[in-house]
Design a protein around this ligand. Structure first.
Ligand code: SF4
Length: 662
């Protein structure tokens, strides 16, 4: 029996991203869908299941509707709604072809509170009523508020006899957990049918949960703005209701809503690679672009403007039917020179375009600029990388939702004579511990012995240390006896800005190696990405020096480069004439799941390349696992983090070699 083609809240959300996606969703056998549909992984990344469970505990005495069948869940909900007072979790409502399950419903007579629970942080000062400075709904909140507005619309039309108030229930940045071990009471599990759920551990009555860390914020005003079309400065062509009707009708008829492609298509999950197509999958992306621009299959082999790094004017070019990098001119790029050393963003974008247009595979290296930068570096050089996590429900009393948790670092050193060592590392293996101060003490011990230059890749390490500084500031010397020393150490290796005003800027502040890449280095092999996972393979393919050096098992060997996690490792392996990406030669942190796919679950851009590590840590903390499995994950995390800092060392070696060789 085929299921009814209802417009549910997740389909509505997808259609809000792009209406054409409604046609491709749910057709996994026909169309390639790169979104991993795995609630367990999603729960690890977002913490949604645990927050959902906590929200239920904050509304005790409710009845859970876990029936998946649409009709039966509606029947059960209607029966419960006959009661004068009732709390229902996952209550089902249908109006015409629209169907929603509400997280929590609190009914008292004809008054009904509709509560949508989200594992998202809310700061009462900054986020207030979800509006931005111009009085429109802030873009970060828009998807959540559209979700609530949709549910409220369905509920009020399904039950016009109810007076409905709508709320978002969110993790409050302004609240602290007042009990230890709150997070550990919500263990993620998979049941026998493979469904993700939460197993409650320990006491869960309202008193034992301590102070409330979720906050309920009215969404009624925002919902009204959405219904009126006053939620954005670009009023939509159709009203909210017209859009809902269109989405619902077209989805019911399984017809595509033809949508004008744009820069937003870059991350479309319905894009198939040639390998996917060879396996018989269709590409929704190609269909849309063929229909809109009259392209043929061969056109998709040409580099598109979507691939230009950090380029904001893609929609303008598409408007003028400039789809391919070969069509772009200097005038399109609005090129300006940099105020500081190295390339400006627009010069770098043009460099990428020019290399493609001229079919020039050679790398760009500004030797002079790099040499000038190198003159300020002091040996021994230190290369560090952090892995961090942020959880909605704190592990410890006194901690707030979504505070940073620094659980791992790796550290390589390079001496003036070129001697390299994996000098140190840290990982928190225990469940439920707040590791930040321990992490920091270990880092301090490794970096305080000299005045050598410290390198990080991207802003993450500076941001995390500043966040730990804030955490220490809120402690007393009784709680953390070495608080002042730890804070002074952070100040000695970081820069802190407050609304672009510099609070401190240490002479030994860490140097961002990604910025050095942006300023002085570009390889066509990196495409439009400057992630270390793209830069490393590019560098290895260009450098004969590195190819020769690391084709031998010197890494982790007795008289070679000391390593804490590798023995006699050969980093250079070939696939034809290309060096294999070292990251791809390591086994995945999660059995059977590619790390690149895991990264997509992590929406926090600050965590950048550490998504897989964050998910693995979350798995150790929040899910049941054997000691053997835990040891395997720890070993995999240590190897990955070591490669992250060794990748920085190899990039450094390549640059030094190029500058010296000239
Ligand atoms: S390619 Fe673009 S228009 Fe087509 S479904 Fe994807 S995002 Fe929507």
């Amino acid at each position: 029996m085929s299921l009814p083609r209802y417009l549910t809240k997740s389909r509505f959300k997808l259609a809000c991203e792009c209406p054409a996606k409604l046609y491709y969703t749910g057709k996994k056998k026909e169309y390639k869908d790169n979104k991993i549909d795995d609630p367990f992984l999603e729960a690890l990344a977002e913490g949604g299941f645990q927050v959902g469970e906590l929200a239920k505990l904050y509304h005790p005495g409710g009845v859970n509707i876990d029936e998946l069948d649409f009709e039966k869940s509606l029947e059960q909900t209607n029966k419960l709604l006959e009661r004068d007072k009732v709390i229902i979790y996952e209550a089902a409502f249908r109006f015409e072809n629209l169907f929603v399950r509400a997280d929590v419903i609190v009914k008292d007579g004809n008054s009904v509170d509709l509560i949508e629970v989200k594992a998202k942080s809310y700061d009462a000062e900054k986020d207030a009523d979800f509006l931005g400075s111009k009085g429109y709904i802030a873009s970060a909140w828009s998807p959540y508020l559209y979700d609530v507005a949709f549910q409220k619309y369905v509920l009020t039309h399904a039950r016009p006899d109810f007076h409905v108030r709508s709320f978002l229930m969110l993790a409050s940045k302004n609240s602290c957990a007042s009990v230890d071990g709150l997070n550990q009471r919500f263990m993620l599990v998979k049941d026998k049918r493979g469904r993700t759920g939460v197993k409650l551990n320990g006491p869960c009555d309202p008193d034992s949960l301590g102070d409330t860390i979720l906050v309920k914020v009215s969404a009624d005003h925002a919902a009204e703005m959405i219904y009126e079309g006053s939620d954005t400065n670009k009023p939509p062509d159709m009203s909210f209701i017209e859009r809902v009707r269109l989405f619902s009708d077209m989805y019911a008829r399984d017809e595509k809503i033809v949508t004008k492609p744009g820069a937003f298509c870059k991350d479309c999950e319905f894009n198939a690679t040639s390998d996917d197509e060879a396996k018989g999958f269709l590409s929704g992306f190609k269909e849309c672009w063929k229909e809109a621009f009259g392209l043929d299959d061969a056109d998709f082999n040409k580099p598109m403007i979507l691939d230009i790094w950090n380029f904001r004017r893609k929609d303008d070019l598409l408007e003028n039917e400039k789809l391919f990098i070969s069509d772009v001119t200097e005038n399109d790029m609005n090129i300006t020179s940099s105020d500081g050393p190295g390339l400006s963003s627009s010069e770098r974008q043009w460099l990428q375009v020019e290399k493609i247009q001229k079919k020039d595979p050679s790398p760009y290296l500004d030797r002079g600029g790099l040499e000038r930068a190198m003159k300020s570096w002091k040996y021994p050089l230190h290369f560090i990388d952090f892995e961090t996590s942020m959880v909605a429900i704190p592990f410890n009393s006194g901690r707030r939702p979504y505070e940073v948790i620094a659980f791992q670092f790796s550290h390589h050193t390079v001496q003036e004579d070129g001697t390299i060592a994996h000098a140190g590392e840290y990982i928190n293996r225990s469940q439920g511990m707040f590791p930040n101060y321990d992490f920091l003490r270990h880092l301090k011990k490794e970096l305080e012995n000299d005045n050598g230059t410290i390198f990080r890749y991207a802003a993450h390490e500076n941001t995390v240390l500043n966040q730990i500084h804030d955490q220490l500031e809120a402690e007393t010397a009784d709680q953390v006896p070495d608080r002042d020393e730890l804070m002074a150490f952070i100040e000695s290796i970081t820069t802190k800005k407050n609304a672009s005003k510099i609070v401190w800027d240490s002479p030994r502040t860490m140097i961002d190696m990604r910025q050095l890449v942006l300023d002085f280095y570009y390889s066509p092999n990196m495409g439009g990405s400057n992630s270390i996972k793209k830069v490393l393979p590019a560098v290895l393919n260009e450098s004969d020096y590195l190819k020769q050096k690391y084709s031998c098992p010197i890494y982790g060997s007795a008289d070679g480069i000391p390593s804490l996690n590798y023995r006699d490792k050969v980093w250079i392996e070939f696939n034809g004439s290309q060096v294999k990406d070292p990251y791809k030669t390591l086994p995945p942190v999660f059995d059977g799941i590619d790390d690149e796919l895991l990264e997509r679950f992590v929406t926090d851009k600050n965590i950048a390349d550490g998504g897989a590590a964050m998910m693995a840590y979350a798995r150790m903390q929040f899910s049941e696992m054997s000691e053997v499995e835990r040891k395997q994950i720890v070993a995999a995390l240590l190897r990955y983090c070591e490669l992250d800092t060794f990748a920085m060392v190899m990039i450094y070696e390549h640059w030094v070699n190029e500058c010296n060789g000239k």
